[in-house]
Design a binder for this molecule. Structure first.
Ligand code: SF4
Ligand code: SF4
Length: 422
């Protein structure tokens, strides 16, 4: 007879006398009755005594697993397949169209890395590289491009040219294509909006760092820039295009109060209905950045703010989902194509010469920089962590640069968040 055990990825919590379990691998939540709660509290409970429907449900949602299964081992193997496959079914390229920028953000990591700041990408070599990858990989089903910079809209033509050359080949091979753009939003024109559909751009990410004065200070712009960017966001939201807009709120200790004022403003102006609003920590700045633990608390405050304003559904979507890697670039087939045609594995490496792992002429170098970035190692402290499917040990770049992730609040904060949502 088959035996079962509880999943190592279960997170039990209580609210108003009721016990729930959240499973970080499946993203499922279950409310337990008294009998089931007792069962989950015992280490050696015989789950086959449950009625078959309940047993099936618990198995299907991952709350229990067959007793011989090594859940961590299974995850490890799936990750290996995704990292080391020579013919991945999905590939993604982040293309640095130009390293020119019309802003001078005070926390910009690229400004520190730049060798020269007036370059634009060679579109022909870039297209020829991508076409070679497509031709070589008969298993390819999905291709995703993220347009990046500098400010990518300074070289907007690059998007039209590259997309125009790729789409016929992708269509012929029946490869599904999507693209997105990360822009400061200032240069968004009517023509760009009109071309969203033709260029198959399905999402746009725009960063706002606070109310107008703080925005101008953090971004190095004239005061009118804030209003112009918001007006451009409105234009996209009211256009025929189905492209979604994500507003990213970059925060540190100095601008956080302005970020919460901005949230009030965005709510009052109706942006919550049309945009996906996210908070993100500013890193690598001048000492005003939040520590991991401080940011965890701020993030919880942000979720609580959204719930209080009635946006519970929005917060539900922000629950982290399980993933195979800490970030997509760890996988084979995911690269930054830098403005000089070199390939890198992390957005932070744009402009860095010692992080090159290939180029658009020669392809991959199979060098130690790439091997080191892809290495599927699990830290000792993560081996028995119930958050591992959604965390994966944290950002690979941070780990490689020797920064230890302080995650002692992560589990408690997830439970606090789940408490807000049930
Ligand atoms: S390694 Fe970290 S910083 Fe680099 S792209 Fe991935 S998540 Fe971002
Ligand atoms: S870094 Fe911390 S929270 Fe993330 S998986 Fe490892 S132990 Fe868990």
């Amino acid at each position: 007879m088959e035996k079962y055990k509880t999943s190592i990825f279960n997170i039990p919590f209580d609210k108003e006398g009721i016990t729930y379990i959240y499973n970080t691998m499946s993203g499922s939540l279950i409310k337990l009755d008294d009998a089931s709660r007792d069962a989950f509290e015992q280490t050696d409970f015989d789950f086959t005594t449950f009625d078959s429907h309940l047993l099936e449900k618990l198995l299907c949602k991952g709350f229990i697993v067959k007793s011989h299964i090594d859940e961590m081992g299974m995850l490890y193997e799936k990750t290996n397949e995704a990292i080391y496959s020579s013919f991945p079914s999905a590939v993604s390229y982040t293309i640095v169209l130009t390293n020119k920028c019309n802003y001078t953000c005070k926390y910009c990591f690229e400004a520190k890395n730049k060798q020269s700041n007036n370059a634009t990408i060679d579109v022909d070599k870039t297209v020829s590289f991508i076409l070679k990858q497509i031709e070589h990989n008969k298993e390819l089903k999905y291709l995703r491009i993220t347009w990046f910079g500098g400010e990518p809209l300074i070289y907007e033509d690059g998007i039209d040219i590259i997309t125009g050359k790729l789409l016929p080949v992708l269509s012929e091979r029946r490869i599904k294509y999507t693209s997105s753009i990360i822009t400061n939003g200032y240069l968004i024109s009517d023509q760009f909006i009109d071309n969203l559909e033709k260029n198959q751009i399905s999402s746009i990410q725009i960063t706002l760092d606070g109310m107008p004065e703080v925005y101008a200070d953090y971004k190095g712009t004239a005061p009118g820039a804030f209003d112009r960017v918001l007006s451009n966001i409105k234009k996209i939201c009211t256009s025929k295009s189905s492209c979604s807009v994500g507003i990213r709120l970059n925060c540190d200790k100095d601008n956080i109060s302005s970020i919460f004022s901005l949230l009030d403003y965005l709510d009052a102006s109706g942006f919550f209905a049309n945009c996906n609003i996210n908070l993100a920590p500013i890193t690598g700045s001048d000492g005003s950045e939040f520590s991991d633990a401080e940011y965890e608390i701020i993030q919880l405050k942000f979720y609580s703010y959204l719930c209080d304003k009635g946006y519970k559904e929005l917060v539900k979507k922000k629950l982290k989902k399980s993933r195979l890697m800490s970030c997509g670039y760890v996988g084979s087939g995911s690269y930054i194509i830098d403005v000089d045609g070199t390939l890198k594995k992390c957005e932070r490496y744009v402009g860095m010469q010692d992080k090159v792992v290939g180029d658009v002429i020669l392809g991959r170098y199979y060098n130690s920089a790439e091997r080191e970035f892809q290495l599927n190692d699990i830290l000792d402290k993560c081996m028995s962590c119930s958050l591992y499917p959604i965390c994966r040990g944290g950002c690979k770049n941070s780990r490689l640069s020797g920064k230890e992730i302080d995650c002692h609040l992560q589990r408690d904060n997830l439970i606090k968040l789940l408490n807000m949502l049930v």
